[in-house]
Design a binder for this molecule. Structure first.
Ligand SMILES: Cc1cc2nc3c(=O)[nH]c(=O)nc-3n(C[C@H](O)[C@H](O)[C@H](O)COP(=O)(O)OP(=O)(O)OC[C@H]3O[C@@H](n4cnc5c(N)ncnc54)[C@H](O)[C@@H]3O)c2cc1C
Length: 470
């Protein structure tokens, strides 16, 4: 076995890369071990005949400062692409019909009265019930609750069915009855706390300031946008980050199989027999992969890690000639309502949403399947997933002929569910992990989810590891 490493990082997604970046900048020697042959984890961009295919995440929320700060640090600002601000309609497939969500919906909250009143998405009783949010007293001091409970209380059952499940829970591919509102949408909880009502909070925010400008074209041109990516997709960010790290410290094709504790720290054993010793280890791998590794060291910790569900999903990318799609595709895409008997949970019109992601005259669509609605979706073969998404969409988008290409990206047990009480459980996880000196945990599903938060948590975790080995 070679010398003892100060820090070993396991998992080369954005959390592990964030940790590596921070250690490198601080001058702490480290090595990062990743099971796959590529770095980036669920961030996977492929370029295919001029199409920018995002297999996993496709955009970064600009409101979270870590994403833009990283883009700046990596000199990627000139490569920044905002989401389309001209055509932002979101459609919803409900009762067998595709309908446009009213203009001005801020996720689940209407911010423009007239389009909401005129909308054919909600029934009159549903609209009136949503309006009652303005007078329903806030719930105070009763701890966490589910997205469903929050939505039912404030906006009613119809809003839960049409907004809470497909949109709020849909972002996490999850079940609104299980997901924690304070872990997934803390802003909503804060709005209720401060203003007593979501509608009143929205009005107050509108009065206080014009809509906050977030990410622009990066080059000073183009509209401001709340989400951004890069001309060559999110993979550009991974490549730029990796290019800043010492190549010899990045070890792909290394699957961690065993963790042993000794006097000098930890011994990591990898598939194929390689063994590495490190004073501190940062594990940034999903909880289902993590808990068997920690079982010999803290059964209590493992019990808690096992309470964090990770769901499976897949994305199905389809390329078409523009004339093969009758729908105007004048928006970001569509969500489907649970019970519509579609395999597709959501479909992005990527070539509209993200300018430059398809060549001129062509269309890029991306279906999202699985999650809590269909936990066994990955049992379906690729061709069946492609056929299912096309069959779901054909009548609503007017698809004709075969797609120019299709590609399926599978994500087994990679989408964490922050269920009710999540942060209390994570506080206990942190306490128990703290009883194993030199062991640090990061990664989606603990304190963070989404690219900016995961990167930020990786950086913070590296700081703790650096302090430990200093
Ligand atoms: C389909 C999809 C769409 C998403 N869309 C968005 C979006 O638009 N915007 C956004 O901000 N976020 C989005 N997210 C969430 C975001 O991508 C993740 O939260 C984040 O990238 C997770 O990073 P991570 O490093 O924590 O985990 P991962 O990316 O899962 O990385 C973990 C790494 O650990 C490795 N690993 C696992 N076990 C071992 C082992 N035993 N030994 C060695 N290595 C191991 C894996 O191979 C993997 O590379 C999306 C996620 C998915 C799946």
């Amino acid at each position: 076995m070679a010398d003892v490493l100060p820090v070993a990082i396991v998992g080369g997604g954005i959390s592990g890369l964030g940790a590596a970046h921070a250690l490198h900048k601080a001058g702490v020697p480290f090595e990062l071990f990743e099971a796959a042959q590529r770095l980036g984890g669920v961030i996977q961009t492929d370029i295919h005949e001029g199409f920018v295919l995002e297999g996993g995440p496709d955009a970064i929320l600009a409101q979270k400062p870590e994403g833009l700060a990283l883009a700046r640090e990596l000199d990627l600002m000139p490569r920044l692409v905002g989401t389309n601000m001209e055509q932002r309609t979101l459609y919803i497939l409900t009762a067998g019909r595709l309908k446009a969500m009213p203009e001005g919906m801020a996720l689940a909250i209407p911010t423009k009265m007239w389009p909401f009143v005129k909308s054919n998405v909600f029934s009159w009783p549903g609209k009136l019930r949503m309006g009652l949010d303005a007078v329903i007293p806030p719930r105070r001091g009763l701890g966490d609750e589910s997205i469903a409970s929050f939505m039912r209380r404030r906006l009613g059952d119809e809003a839960l069915r049409l907004l809470g499940e497909p949109l709020l829970a849909g972002i996490h591919a999850g079940d609104p009855e299980q997901l924690s509102i304070s872990a997934t949408f803390p802003r909503f909880v804060e709005m209720e706390r401060q203003h007593g009502s979501l509608l009143r909070a929205m009005l107050a925010a509108k009065r206080a300031a014009p809509p906050a400008a977030a990410a622009g074209g990066g080059n000073g041109r183009g509209p401001m946008s709340p989400f951004f990516s890069f001309q060559g997709g999110l993979g550009e960010m991974v490549d730029a980050l990796v290019a800043r790290l010492p190549a010899a410290a990045l070890r792909t094709g290394m699957t961690l199989e065993q963790v042993e504790r000794g006097e000098a720290g930890y011994t990591l054993s990898f598939a194929g027999g390689a063994r590495v010793q490190a004073r501190a280890i940062i594990l940034s791998i999903p909880a289902p992969r993590l808990s068997p590794l920690l079982a010999p060291h803290s059964p209590e910790l493992v019990q808690l890690l096992d309470t964090i569900p990770f769901l499976s999903s897949a994305t199905v990318l389809l390329g078409y000639e523009r004339e093969q799609v009758a729908h105007p595709l004048d928006g970001y895409g569509l969500v489907t309502v649970g019970g519509e008997r579609t395999t597709t949970m959501a479909l992005s019109f990527l070539s509209t949403k993200r300018p430059g992601s398809a060549p001129e005259g062509k269309v890029l669509l991306r279906g999202f399947v699985g999650g809590a609605r269909d936990p066994d979706v990955l049992r379906m073969a690729d061709h069946s997933l492609v056929a299912a998404v096309i069959a779901d969409m054909k009548p609503h988008l007017g698809l004709s002929g075969e797609p120019l290409f299709s590609r399926v990206y599978r994500w087994p047990q990679t989408t964490p569910q922050m269920t009710v009480g999540h942060f209390d459980r994570v506080a206990q996880i942190d306490r128990l992990a703290g009883e194993l000196p030199g062991l640090f945990l990061t990664g989606a599903g603990l304190r963070a989810t989404g690219i900016p938060d995961c990167y930020g948590d990786g950086v913070k975790t590296a700081e703790a590891a650096r302090a430990f080995v200093a």
